[in-house]
Design a protein around this ligand. Structure first.
Ligand code: 0RA
Length: 671
């Protein structure tokens, strides 16, 4: 479990107590929305303002405060941002900007600082001429953070004066006061989230660090530091990490592709502006097969893509195709009657697209898809111009790229045959379901879940233990293919992978955008990976996650993918039995027995594999929806997930070893 737990942590995947979150989150429809005055509205309907009151929402509070400092940096007045997680899970953010203005706000008749902290969306409004380019996904403003903080303290160091104000649940305890002279500049904000509102109770260092690293890459020249006062390192200092990037996106792509073999020496960097839209793009080809595009609008990761990404794809395809045509490099394909597709231009491509849009419209399921139609043309034109220039200037690199594209088209031609076979099997052969699948009887996908289980033996136990109305079991034999290293046609040839596609009822588009999934016939709304709690088990879970991430990302994005958590120990005394999921839990239970003077006859059983459990034990601990804990796989940060998977599953061994060793420190090693 060691490895997988750390991977999940590193990737910011969540362990979710779904009950709690679903209840507190609620669904907001027009009838729920009432006009409430001021911050009370935020406290009454927190999820409406910050998305949810789980992990994501809790961390969003920090991002909102940091984003304000980033804006100050983008305006050219700040280059240092320090974040601290304090012992009590409160947060402070300090920057060296101009300081939030403290002078009287005429209309409101109180300090501008107080207005920023108490009026919804007051944020950037009074700094005319500069639009707020950074800013939280929901554009919530610091006042929302204040509303959701049990306590908040702000200090401003501005024009030689030191100001201070404190709040409780959004209400000021006193007007802004001047507390003395200072030679510092900047804003310091400390807040303790109101943990009676949030379901999540703890900040995750990795989650915040990952976001700060990303912000450093996206905004070159700023030093962002995070310190965790809950964790002392061996040297006696608190756990701390600093991020700074001199070359921005170029450093970012070198980080992301660090574990891949490059096709061209230097990344292709393009920067330009059209119709007041700044565009920054970096791309690199590697010898692998997947396409890794990461797009940002105003520093927000647009997971679902949008018009900027479409523009990039269009510009790329058009330009490369024209170049290849002009150089007569496509004749070989024409002879074999292979038609080149847009996909072929993006095999082995990693690219980061960052645009700044004054009034972004976010659409899509998770509001991470850029909708502004004017952006498509802006990006595609800039890419065409700049890439054409690059290709002319770099004939050797251009040739490498086109050769790779031609190879991709040839391989795809072969892959299509294999894939068509999978699809045909799906449609033609009776139910089309794999023989190894033990399906459930309910046919409504919303009620159904499938357990993907390692090995036939554990599969058998799971089959006995399950609720066969709603739970299906698909056993996998041995290790599944490492998709990070395999070409597409090998993937669609693989028996276990074919079984997954057919069991899930997922098909792959055959046209231009060949990786677009068709989820309309998805047969289960919970896809649960259930493997042994040992090294082999976590390896298999990682292979499966890699497969889902690379080939069925939509399933993860829509929250359908989970990991089961079987217990690690069973502590027994006479007829009393208690399962434990960690060593701490085990020790606590043993202690409890001892404290009651019942320390004789305690046995501890360590579960190494699912097969060591009886079917009823497996049901009780791991499968029964009433008692089990599922880890929902979310992609909080796709760029980081890309990096971690390429490292864990790729060719290079040293970074993988380093990662596992570094992360093993925090885990219980008992394998
Ligand atoms: C508006 C105007 C000015 C500064 C800021 C906002 C500002 C806000 C935050 C939030 C966190 N750190 C910040 N630093 C600055 C200054 C206008 C002026 O001085 O002319």
């Amino acid at each position: 479990m060691l490895q997988i737990v750390r991977i999940l942590k590193r990737m910011n995947m969540n362990e979710v107590n779904l009950e709690g979150i679903e209840k507190q989150n609620g669904n907001y429809t027009a009838e729920n929305i009432q006009v409430l005055e001021g911050l009370e509205a935020v406290r009454k309907r927190p999820a409406m303002y910050i998305g949810d009151v789980g992990d994501r929402g809790l961390h969003h509070l920090v991002y909102e405060v940091v984003d304000n400092s980033i804006d100050e940096a983008l305006a050219g007045h700040c280059d240092k941002i320090d974040v601290i997680i304090h012992k009590d899970n409160s947060i402070s953010v300090q920057d060296n900007g101009r300081g939030i203005p403290t002078d009287l706000h005429e209309k409101e008749n109180r300090s501008a600082l107080e207005v920023v902290l108490t009026v919804l969306h007051a944020g950037g409004k009074f700094d005319k001429g500069s639009y707020k380019v950074s800013g939280g996904l929901h554009g919530i403003g610091i006042s929302c953070v204040n509303a959701l903080a049990k306590k908040l303290k702000v200090e401003v160091f501005r024009e030689g004066k030191h100001f201070m104000q404190e709040y409780e649940t959004g209400d000021p305890l006193y007007p802004v006061k001047e507390v003395g002279p200072t030679d510092k500049r900047g804003t310091y904000m400390w807040f303790l989230p109101d943990y009676s509102i949030f379901v999540a109770k703890e900040y995750k260092f990795e989650t915040l660090a990952t976001r700060l690293r990303e912000l450093a890459f996206l905004n070159k020249g700023i030093t962002l530091t995070i310190t965790d006062e809950r964790v002392k390192e061996d040297d006696g200092n608190y756990l701390t990490q600093s991020f700074y990037s001199e070359k921005g996106l170029i450093d970012f792509i070198n980080y992301l592709d660090g574990n891949r073999e490059k096709l061209i020496e230097e990344p292709i960097y393009m920067e330009g502006e059209k119709s007041d839209v700044p565009v920054e793009i970096v791309m690199q080809y590697n010898t692998a097969y997947s396409e890794n595009l990461h797009s940002y609008v105003n520093n927000i990761n647009t997971h679902e893509g949008g018009t900027h990404l479409t523009g990039f794809r269009r510009g790329l395809t058009r330009t490369l195709k024209k170049y290849a045509d002009d150089q007569k490099l496509l004749e070989k394909l024409e002879k074999q009657k292979i038609e080149i597709s847009g996909d072929d231009f993006r095999e082995g491509l990693t690219a980061i697209i960052s645009v700044k849009v004054a009034e972004p419209q976010f659409e899509g399921q998770t509001k991470t898809k850029l909708g502004n139609s004017e952006i498509e043309g802006v990006v595609s034109q800039l890419v065409s111009e700049m890439l054409t220039y690059y290709l002319e200037e770099h004939p050797k690199e251009a040739r490498n790229i086109v050769d790779k594209v031609v190879l991709a088209a040839t391989a795809r031609h072969a892959a299509r045959k294999a894939r068509d076979l999978v699809q045909r099997k799906n449609v033609l052969s009776g139910s089309g379901l794999p023989g190894k699948l033990s399906d459930c009887s309910d046919k409504d996908p919303a009620n159904c879940e499938i357990f993907i289980v390692e090995g036939d033996s554990a599969g058998g136990t799971a089959k006995q233990g399950r609720d066969n109305r709603t739970q299906a079991i698909l056993p996998l034999r041995g290790k599944i293919l490492n998709v990070e290293k395999a070409m597409q046609h090998r993937i669609f040839d693989n028996e276990e992978i074919k079984n997954i596609y057919t069991a899930l009822g997922v098909t792959v588009g055959t046209e231009e955008d060949s990786k677009a999934l068709n989820l309309s016939k998805l047969r289960y709304h919970k896809i649960i990976i259930m493997t042994d709690a040992d090294i082999d088990g976590s390896h298999i879970a990682t292979l499966l996650l890699t497969f889902f991430f690379r080939y069925m990302k939509e399933l993860i994005e829509q929250g359908y993918v989970y990991i089961a958590t079987p217990p690690l120990y069973l502590v027994k005394r006479g007829k009393e039995e208690q399962y434990c999921w960690s060593e701490e839990e085990r020790d606590a239970i043993v202690r409890a027995y001892q404290e009651q003077g019942k320390d004789k006859g305690i046995t501890i059983q360590r579960y190494k594999g699912l097969g060591e459990m009886n079917y009823d034990q497996l049901w009780d601990t791991t499968m029964n929806p009433e008692h089990r804990t599922l880890r929902q796989i979310t992609i909080e940060n796709a760029a980081e997930a890309d990096y971690v998977f390429s490292m864990l599953m790729g060719e290079e061994v040293p970074p993988r070893r380093e990662f596992i060793e570094r992360n093993a420190r925090y885990a219980n090693i008992d394998a």
